[in-house]
Structure formats: structure tokens, C-alpha cells
Design a protein around this ligand. Structure first.
Ligand code: FMN
Length: 222
């Protein structure tokens, strides 16, 4: 079976956010789809190790903020590569509470408020079905998962349902569908979040990862 065919599935990117008592928590997900149209139900997939799932089981009410192509990419680093178990992800951004759900400040294509109604166990992940309660209009072009990979050059951590091991990704890249144009650029991968920087020459000494803010020392040439 060629697992790279899964790369052809399309997704968006979202911040799922909920309250953990008096404290806002949340994480990045790419798995969200609308299940029904009347009195809509949506579904999201959360890893059992993610603290957001623990909080959501208790709180039920949550928000989904739909990332736009020009949403501050550091939100992906803050919410997608750290756990609310040991940090406050909202520290740098602030948040508003809308209908009981925390919404991280920033530019988003739109926001949804939902109530979890059903938790379905799927081995490593739990699919949460949720009733749409309200919407908030936003602006910008929604960021697709493909755009995140191709333009932002980001990756997903192990807890994401669509995680792909670097060796599988490398093997897929080695058999391109079309011949790639020759390039003089060097590629450096961030050891913390997997972001790949392509530059002429070396990374500047004061370089910071645009996703997770890791310094140049955290980059390995690939
Ligand atoms: C691009 C991207 C997509 C992700 N998609 C999902 C997802 O669909 N479901 C999930 O459970 N985690 C996903 N993750 C991983 C979580 O955001 C990550 O494990 C986070 O640290 C969990 O934080 P928490 O412990 O505070 O909940 C994704 C991360 C990234 C960067």
C-alpha cells in the first residue's frame, strides 16, 4: 500500500479552544468536517494524549477558529507543538470569551462555537461530534493543510492524525511526479517543529523559526 496517497486528502487548519475551569486551553487541528446540514453537526479528531481532549470532555463547549493564510503563523507553533498541560498558550495573544468559549485573538477566516455531544473512541484518537451553536464572521482566505505544507513549509507533530514520519515524507519526495527545477538553495529543518527553511547560503545568526521561534542552533541542514 502506498501511504503517500493519503497526502491527496485535503484539510483546513483550526484552533480548537475550550475552558479548563477558569483557564483557556486549546490546540491546532487539521481534522474538521461538517457532518449534517440542518442544525449542523461537525466532527473533529483529537489525540488521546492531547490535554485539549481532557478539558473538552469536562467542558463540552468549545470554539473552532478557522486559520486564514495570513493568520500569524506563530499561533500554529504555540498551539500545535506545546501542551496546555505545562504552558499558557494564550500568553502572547490574549483572548476573548464568546458564548463561554475562549477565542485566541488574531486574524481568522471565521469562528464557530460548538457543544460536544458525542465522543467516539478510535484507537489513538477520539472523534468528537459537536452541535453548532453560533458563528462569528472573519476575514481572509482559509488556510488549507496543503498551503501550510507548501507555502508556510510547516509539518505536523506525532499527535496529529495525519502525522507522517520524516522517512516516509523523504521517500515520497524522492520520486517527484514532475522533474523539479535545479536550485542552489540550501534547506534547514527546525528540530522543534519541522519547519523547513530554504535559503541561499546560510541562515542568518539571528534567525528565528517563523513557526515556533526556535533559534538558528535548532536547525539541521537536510
Ligand atoms: C498542522 C497541525 C495539525 C494538527 N492536527 C491535529 C489534529 O487534527 N488532531 C489532534 O489531536 N492534534 C493535532 N495536532 C497536534 C496538536 O495540536 C498538538 O499535539 C498539541 O500540542 C496538543 O496540545 P494540548 O496537549 O494542549 O491539547 C496538529 C498539529 C499541527 C501543527
Amino acid at each position: 500500500m502506498d501511504i503517500t496517497v493519503l497526502f491527496k486528502l485535503t484539510y483546513g487548519l483550526y484552533v480548537v479552544s475550550t475552558m479548563d475551569g477558569a483557564r483557556p486551553v486549546g490546540c491546532i487541528i487539521n481534522t474538521c468536517f461538517q457532518v449534517t446540514s440542518q442544525n449542523p453537526i461537525l466532527a473533529i479528531s483529537l489525540n488521546k494524549n492531547n490535554y485539549t481532549l481532557e478539558a473538552l470532555r469536562r467542558t463540552k463547549r468549545f470554539a473552532l477558529s478557522i486559520l486564514a493564510e495570513d493568520t500569524d503563523a506563530s499561533i500554529i507553533g504555540s498551539f500545535g507543538f506545546r501542551s496546555s498541560r505545562d504552558c499558557n498558550k494564550y500568553e502572547d495573544y490574549g483572548y476573548d470569551i464568546v458564548e463561554g468559549a475562549p477565542m485566541v485573538n488574531g486574524k481568522f477566516a471565521g469562528r464557530l462555537v460548538l457543544d460536544a455531544i458525542n465522543f467516539v473512541d478510535n484507537e489513538t484518537h477520539v472523534v468528537v461530534f459537536a452541535r453548532l451553536v453560533d458563528t462569528v464572521k472573519g476575514e481572509g482566505t482559509p488556510m488549507t493543510y496543503d498551503y501550510y505544507h507548501r507555502v508556510v513549509k510547516g509539518r505536523a507533530p506525532k499527535n496529529a492524525p495525519t502525522y507522517v514520519a520524516p522517512e516516509v515524507e523523504k521517500a515520497a519526495a524522492e520520486k517527484p511526479e514532475t522533474e523539479a527545477a535545479p536550485t542552489t538553495k540550501r534547506k534547514f529543518r527546525c528540530n522543534r517543529c519541522g519547519y523547513v527553511a530554504e535559503v541561499e547560503g546560510d541562515l542568518p545568526d539571528d534567525y528565528l523559526c517563523p513557526i515556533c521561534k526556535a533559534p538558528k542552533a535548532e536547525f539541521t541542514e537536510i
